[in-house]
Ligand binder design. Structure first.
Ligand code: C2E
Ligand code: CA
Ligand code: CA
Length: 419
């Protein structure tokens, strides 16, 4: 940690008692460069002084003249480069929302303190402080144009990576999701969010998806011939579902590769609003009749997830990672996550939680009715040739992760509303 004596702290709170209390706490913790202000105006005057601005501001949200949110706006105008700790008696949701607001202005938030709090809580947050990065600004993500993406498709530069999906009850690896990567001759590995949108906008997504489908089905056949029965999931763009020929392509490709549709999951997301739903509905229904599984991806984030759930015969629901990671300690996320799982269960669908990033996420999900987990805690997406080795390593270590009994849907800990 950086030496406490060099960190400059500004405390802004309209209550004199709080200013005194925080001043004392900080002194006891060894912070000596502390300034206290009882209004946003006086704090800004201090910041505008030739003294260099504070490294950390302890900011009260509720103040009579200028509130904390307005104060942050003034900091943005001044290009403030330090960090903020929010301090308030508001409820947890309000504090989290305020934290997101500050982060949206690219000001680092070390965390929030809910009044009343202990010196240990304050100390733990201040330990997170690091000096601002003063090197080159981070490079902006490169964008590619339609010709470049077209060339990537034609030149065979697209490769499928695979991310494992495991059963929460047993830890068994039951499937993989194919995630496309572009190996650019100069730029190296390019992630899908840098080119899928371009492909969709310029009518290239059908050609791209066909390559992904061919590669994934060929790989599924290799695994199958090696006695490895993995369900292989593919991402399908809504734009793929605009022409009826797409269903025929997928059906024929499975036949040609020598695999059966029941081992294939098609994950569908609605990235933009579809004007005409009759084609997608027809294509997805045909694919389902042929025994392909249909999964509703990123559930809860699209334009009309509930409409889709009503109209399309999905048999799997993927709870978006935004509602999974950290759900155990966040009432709002937990309520959304558990309600989505319950909804799927009532409709007889399998459930997958994505974005399982740590042990806390994993342990939490094992107390819910969720069937499968996917995320960095289990494995990052990898090339097909790494999968076998990874499965052996995972299965050798799984015992400790499944020690506590997995709660069945009948006696699960969390209710549908996450309480
Ligand atoms: P997605 O289908 O929601 O895939 C999950 C994304 O989250 C992947 O990013 C994956 O690498 C990442 N991820 C996995 N586990 C974790 C985790 O624990 N934490 C976090 N923060 N992220 C995690 P990726 O590979 O960059 O793909 C992004 C999106 O691009 C995918 O989101 C999917 O919508 C799209 N995509 C990928 N491959 C294809 C494809 O072949 N066709 C189409 N149409 N879209 C694709
Ligand atoms: Ca997906
Ligand atoms: Ca997703």
């Amino acid at each position: 940690m950086v030496k406490k004596s060099v960190i400059k702290i500004l405390v802004l709170d309209d209550e004199p008692f709080m200013l005194k209390l925080l001043g004392r706490m900080l002194a006891d913790l060894g912070f000596i460069q502390v300034t206290t202000c009882d209004s946003g105006r006086s704090a800004l005057e201090w910041i505008d002084c030739p003294n260099s601005p504070p490294d950390v501001i302890l900011l009260d949200l509720n103040m009579p003249e200028m509130d904390g949110v307005e104060f942050v706006r003034h900091l943005v105008e001044r290009c403030y480069t330090g960090s903020i700790i929010l301090v308030s008696a508001e409820d947890e949701r309000m504090l989290q929302t305020a934290e997101k607001l500050v982060q949206a202005h690219k000001i680092p938030v070390l965390g929030h303190l809910h009044k009343p709090f202990k010196p240990e809580n304050l100390s733990a947050l201040l330990e997170l402080w690091t000096p601002p990065y003063r090197g080159e600004p981070r490079t902006v993500k490169k964008t590619y144009d339609a010709d470049q993406v077209r060339a990537a498709i034609v030149n065979g530069e697209l490769v499928n990576y695979y991310q494992p999906k495991v059963e929460l009850a047993s830890g068994k690896v039951v499937g993989v999701e194919s995630l496309v990567r572009w190996f650019h001759p100069q730029d190296g590995m390019v992630l899908p969010d840098q080119f899928i949108g371009v492909a969709e906008e310029h009518g290239l997504i059908d050609d791209l998806t066909r390559i992904v489908v061919d590669n994934a089905f060929a790989q599924a056949k290799i695994w199958q011939d090696n006695g490895l029965h993995l369900r292989v999931a593919l991402n399908i763009s809504m734009d793929n579902l605009a022409t009826l020929a797409f269903a025929d392509y997928v059906i024929d490709a499975a036949l040609a590769a020598g695999i059966t549709p029941d081992g294939i999951v098609l994950e569908v997301t609605e990235s933009r609003l579809m004007k005409n739903l009759s084609e997608p509905l027809e294509i997805l229904t045909r694919l389902r009749l042929k025994r392909f599984s249909l999964s509703i991806d990123d559930f809860g984030t699209g334009h009309s997830s509930l409409n889709q759930l009503r109209d399309i015969p999905f048999d799997e629901l993927k709870v978006d990672q935004g509602f999974v990671h950290g759900a155990v300690s966040n009432d709002t996320l937990r309520a959304i996550c558990c309600a989505s799982l319950s909804l799927a269960q009532q409709m007889g669908m399998k459930t997958v939680a994505e974005g399982v990033e740590d042990l806390a996420d994993w342990d939490f999900l094992r107390t819910t009715s969720c069937d499968l987990a996917q995320g960095y805690f289990i494995a990052k997406p990898m090339s097909a040739d790494k999968i076998l080795e990874w499965i052996s390593a995972w299965e050798a270590n799984i015992e400790t992760l499944i020690k506590s009994p997995c709660v069945t849907s009948a006696d699960r800990k969390w209710n549908a509303d996450g309480t």
